[in-house]
Design a protein around this ligand. Structure first.
Ligand SMILES: *Cc1c(COP(=O)(O)O)cnc(C)c1O
Length: 237
């Protein structure tokens, strides 16, 4: 995936992370207003993957409570200690979830944004019942039909949503998409919004550092912003 590269150095100090977060909040509010929406209608998921707890803590101290991580193992290493100090924080899983990690994910996260197959929906429903925890779930839609990318195919989304509701007692809070990096995201955001509307789903998790104002104009209720807040991530291994 192409990385958005704002003019920030990888070695921001903590004050700069808070300053960037304030800037993103301001731009989010501006985009919402321009679209005739209220800023409170758009949740800012601060994507902290690859960044250590020392970089996350200043945001919690500044009052931010909603974060996204893409790997269960990394979240397990970072978040229990932070949650002990800030019990009202909320953590979203935004990366693929393997069935053998469902138990750990249900214990760690407040929302799973990447439900994309029946087997995973079933495992999550069973595990939530077992642990007595109710997580929000989002259905990830592969709007670009990219073979290497997770997400249910657009043509299969209605059926998966119906299965979640009717067979597993899961009422999806939203849909989520990651548009192909090389394409104008507008058509993908529109497709996601259309699938949500015809299924009576309120939430739309769409928009990242490079395109969240556009996503907000098209109805995003959750934007997932990493680089614009935390700076560049180290390249993947
Ligand atoms: C990393 C990631 C983001 C954040 O991307 P940025 O371009 O750094 O804002 C958003 N969504 C998902 C699913 C991601 O994996």
């Amino acid at each position: 995936m192409a990385e958005f590269s704002p003019a920030v150095s990888p070695s921001l100090d903590h004050a700069d992370v808070v300053a960037q977060w304030r800037q993103v909040r301001a731009e989010l509010a501006e985009a919402a207003q321009a679209a005739g929406r209220r800023a409170e209608e758009v949740a800012l998921v601060a994507v902290s993957k690859t960044h250590p707890a020392e970089r996350i803590r200043p945001l919690l101290e500044a009052g931010h409570r909603l974060f996204g991580e893409n790997r269960v193992q990394e979240a397990a290493e970072k978040w229990p200690a932070l949650r002990a100090v800030w019990p009202d924080l909320r953590l979203h899983l935004i990366g693929p979830l393997q069935s053998n990690k469902v138990r750990e994910a249900v214990a760690l996260f407040d929302a799973i944004e990447t439900v994309d197959r029946e087997k995973l929906a079933r495992a999550l429903a069973e595990e939530m019942a077992r642990q007595g925890r109710r997580l929000e779930i989002f259905i990830q839609v592969n709007t670009g039909a990219e073979p290497q990318k997770a997400g249910v195919a657009p043509a299969g989304a209605d059926a998966l949503i119906a299965l979640c509701r009717q067979r597993y007692g899961l009422d999806p809070a939203g849909l989520m998409c990651i548009p192909p990096a090389a394409e104008d995201p507008a058509a993908h955001f529109a497709l996601l919004a259309a699938i949500a509307a015809r299924n009576g789903i309120a939430g739309l998790s769409m928009g990242m550092s490079g395109d969240y104002p556009q996503a907000i104009r098209q109805g995003a209720t959750h934007v997932r912003v990493g680089t614009a807040i935390f700076g560049r991530r180290p390249p993947p291994l």
